[in-house]
Write a protein that binds this ligand. Structure first.
Ligand code: PMP
Length: 287
């Protein structure tokens, strides 16, 4: 079954899908993106993802490439054409194609849109949930506007490659005070000895993860308390549980930080109960 991508108005075979060499996403990372989970044939939290897309586009003065409703139709069509029932849908909007110049192109330059979808590997995910993942920490070296979901991800690429080379699955960016910011592609959480969930405030300096937001709803349903505050690497290493969140990992247990085992080295029960309850609580639209 050939994979299909949506590129600027056309559904094309994935292996032939291409964008222009002077697309500003390619030249300047002048572009934003979103990733939604697809689970059991539903797109998860699409309203919140498109709200965040709206914010990212607005902060960078990039126009919507099409009406929001039409974009939802394209996302679902790409999911359908690729027969994805469990996986993800990725969309990217760039400022469009124009001769290379740092300043914005003429306002009539249409933004470019690419949408792709792919299946996830259930066995790999199950294995990671069962064993928990290992992470490393790296100094924060990104720009100040990581609250905007841009494709300018080179520091994240370098950090996650370093994690991979260390046999780990994620890297946490740490600020100059030793406090955890977030992962290369996830938000960071701990569970204290008292069973309180702690995650860094999202007003500034991290991406406000959609899964993070929805986990607030899940925690409320489960009667769990959340504190939005900074926490240090040392506090995380001594926590009862540690986990990361993102659209594709939901709540994923962390069992090792920089070689130090967290708690008893096994995924924690709070993390697993959040993960279990997530699908019921999150917004679902049929794909
Ligand atoms: N932080 C960063 C840097 C990310 O790339 C991601 C994943 N897109 C997240 C947090 C988690 O966001 P979400 O829950 O919306 O996937």
């Amino acid at each position: 079954m050939p994979r299909i991508a949506y590129v600027n108005g056309r559904y094309v075979p994935h292996r032939e899908a291409a964008v222009h060499i002077e697309d500003r996403g390619y030249q300047f990372a002048d572009s934003v993106y979103e990733v939604c989970e697809v689970a059991h044939g539903f797109v998860i939290d699409v309203t919140r993802h498109l709200d965040r897309l709206n914010r990212s586009l607005g902060e960078l003065s990039i126009a919507w490439p099409m009406a929001r409703k039409a974009l939802t139709v394209v996302m679902r069509e790409v999911i359908r054409r690729n027969h994805v029932t469990d996986g993800l849908v990725y969309l990217q909007v760039t400022r469009g194609v124009a001769g290379r110049d740092f300043a914005f192109p003429s306002p009539d330059t249409p933004p470019a849109l690419v949408v792709i979808a792919r299946k996830s590997n259930a066995a790999t995910i199950a294995k990671r949930v069962e064993s928990g993942i290992k992470i490393i920490t790296v100094p924060e070296n990104r720009w100040d506007r990581v609250d905007i979901k841009t494709t300018g991800l080179l520091p994240n690429v370098m950090a996650k490659q370093k994690a991979k080379e260390a046999g780990c699955q994620e890297a946490w960016f740490v600020d100059e005070d030793g406090n955890v910011k977030e992962g290369g592609s996830s938000n960071a959480w701990i569970v204290t000895r008292d069973g309180v969930l702690v995650t860094r405030p999202a007003a500034h300096g991290i991406l406000r993860g959609i899964t993070r937001t929805s986990l607030f709803d899940v925690a409320e349903k489960l009667g769990l308390k959340i504190e939005e505050r900074k926490f240090s690497v040392a506090e995380a290493k001594a926590a009862r549980e540690v986990f990361i969140s993102s659209a594709t990992t939901i709540a994923m247990p962390v069992v090792e930080i920089d070689g130090t085992t967290v708690a008893n080295g096994h995924p924690g029960s709070v993390t697993l109960s959040l993960r279990q309850a997530f699908f019921d609580v999150a917004e679902k639209i049929p794909a």
